[in-house]
Design a protein around this ligand. Structure first.
Ligand code: AMP
Ligand code: MG
Length: 471
């Protein structure tokens, strides 16, 4: 037996999904496998060939029931009424030995009824990129989908040039998206929205009693999530509503990237020409996305117009919730175990001089933890000299600020040029740089001498200025 499956999504009405199978893969080969995550899920299979066949969709394990889920979504603000798993299939829901339930999805498995013009495939680049980024996020304790495996298919995928095809096995608390609710709401399918609401409650929010409570709970999780993204310098890149989960996990690492020098306007995604999803816009965008979820759920109120003011007030209150979460996150980053609103000046003051001083986000915060003097990280060290006295005075009332900072500020991140380097090597058949980078970013709070080079920001020559969805 590969795993214990129980596929609750396939018990929903037929209009929620389509049964699919993966495209043939000539020579599936296991490139990376996450043993610890497999243990967590109760997957005992370790034969690489058998794993490669299952995780490329060639063999369907007992109990699995592969489907493509349908959804809709606002993409860059415009509504697409019909999206869905176009390059992924949901193999099934795994019930772990402790009873926890996880979706197992194969990303890059071939065309489905929702593929539109796409080929449903992925090449090695985006697969390894998502593997590295999501496993780093998980290692910092952030809610995220995980990577169980990367499999080379032996097929050629045509992009700007022929590239090696690959499939990522993604593990998620679920794949329920804001866009899934929008799909049924846009069709005025109240029964569909209701069934999805019941399913979401059962899966993630057993204590929720009303649609209003559900949106409140999702807002709570998303507020914390976005604050934690900001605290890592993370830029998701495609915060479309179909990439925003009900579970509160980060999902869909396409053009996602971590910034180097701090600047709120940082954008890497090649398709985000107007900076809609720039680093500093993410807190506003999530409110907008939650408003789309609210509009869909409001259908379930018997008297929607009577309910509206209360729902509106909930959404209006979200920015303050994000900001409170952001203060807690950044408070710890500067050594405050419990930051209060009075500390906002200190936190935002530091960020303002980091932006002016082009300070590397990760290295500056980590140096604060290690030796508390970071003046050399600023283009103009005087900026830090002017800031430091107030900060040190505030730290005087903290028990052990360095201990707080050391677990809030990772030593390293998957820097874009290192991710790129690992991908380029993998394309030539050399997995060593990927394995080394993965080992480093999944132990991100330990300062290993052997990983010192991975801490260094990109030079102008090897800087990656654009990232791609990788479709
Ligand atoms: P994304 O913004 O990357 O999350 O993708 C948006 C939509 O495009 C989803 O419905 C995907 O399934 C679909 N899509 C992305 N890439 C492909 C592809 N290569 N083939 C088919 N569908 C795709
Ligand atoms: Mg997506």
């Amino acid at each position: 037996m590969f795993a214990q499956f129980d596929n609750s999504y396939t018990r929903l009405p037929a209009r929620f999904f389509t049964r699919v199978s993966a495209d043939a893969a000539r020579a599936p080969r296991l490139l990376a496998f996450n043993d610890r995550l497999a243990d967590r899920l109760g997957i005992t299979e370790r034969d690489p060939d058998r794993l490669a066949r299952i995780l490329s969709g060639q063999d369907v394990p007992t109990g699995a029931d592969p489907i493509a889920q349908v959804y809709a979504g606002h993409q860059f603000g415009g509504f697409s009424p019909q999206l869905g798993d176009g390059r992924a299939l949901l193999l099934g829901e795994v019930v772990a030995p402790d009873g926890a339930r996880f979706d197992l999805a194969l990303k890059g498995s071939g065309r489905t009824p929702y593929s539109r013009a796409g080929d449903g495939k992925a090449w090695l680049g985006p697969v390894l990129r998502e593997y590295l980024l999501s496993e780093f996020m998980a290692a910092t304790g952030l809610p995220t989908t995980r990577a169980l495996a990367a499999v080379a298919t032996g097929e050629v995928v045509l992009r700007e040039r022929p590239l090696p095809g690959a499939i990522l096995t993604r593990v998620a608390a679920s794949h329920l998206r804001v866009g899934t609710f929008e799909y049924f709401a846009a069709r005025r399918d109240r029964d569909g929205v209701g069934a999805l609401y019941d399913h979401t409650r059962a899966r993630h929010y057993p204590d929720v009693a009303t649609p209003f409570d559900l949106i409140d709970a999702v807002i709570g999780r998303q507020a914390t999530l976005i604050a934690r993204w900001l605290g890592l310098g993370f830029i998701h890149g495609v915060m479309n509503t179909d990439n925003t989960t009900l579970s509160g996990e980060t999902i869909d690492y396409g053009p996602a990237a971590f910034m180097e020098a701090y600047h709120v306007d940082t954008v890497y995604s090649s398709i985000d020409s107007f900076g809609r999803y720039a680093y500093g816009n993410q807190a506003q965008i999530i409110v907008w996305n939650m408003a789309q979820l609210a509009s869909a759920l409001l259908m379930l109120e018997d008297d929607a117009s009577a309910a509206l003011p209360r729902w509106q007030a909930l959404l209006n209150g979200m920015p303050a919730r994000i900001d409170a979460a952001r203060m807690a996150v950044f408070g710890r980053k500067i050594g405050l175990a419990d930051a209060t609103p009075d500390d906002a000046g200190l936190i935002d003051g530091l960020l303002a001089i980091m932006q002016r001083g082009q300070a590397d986000f990760t290295n500056t915060f980590r140096a604060l933890a290690d030796d508390m003097n970071v003046r050399d990280h600023f283009l103009d060290p005087g900026l830090f000299d002017a800031f430091a006295p107030a900060w040190r005075a505030r730290l005087a009332s903290e028990a052990d600020p360095q201990a707080v900072m050391r677990i809030a500020n990772p030593v390293l991140i998957p820097r874009n040029h290192r991710v790129e380097e690992a991908i380029q090597a993998a394309v030539t058949g050399d997995m060593a740089p990927f394995e080394r980078l993965l080992a480093a970013v999944t132990d991100p709070f330990t300062d290993h001498t052997a990983h010192a080079d991975l801490k260094i920001p990109a030079s102008p020559e090897n800087a990656v200025t654009q990232t791609f969805c990788g479709t």
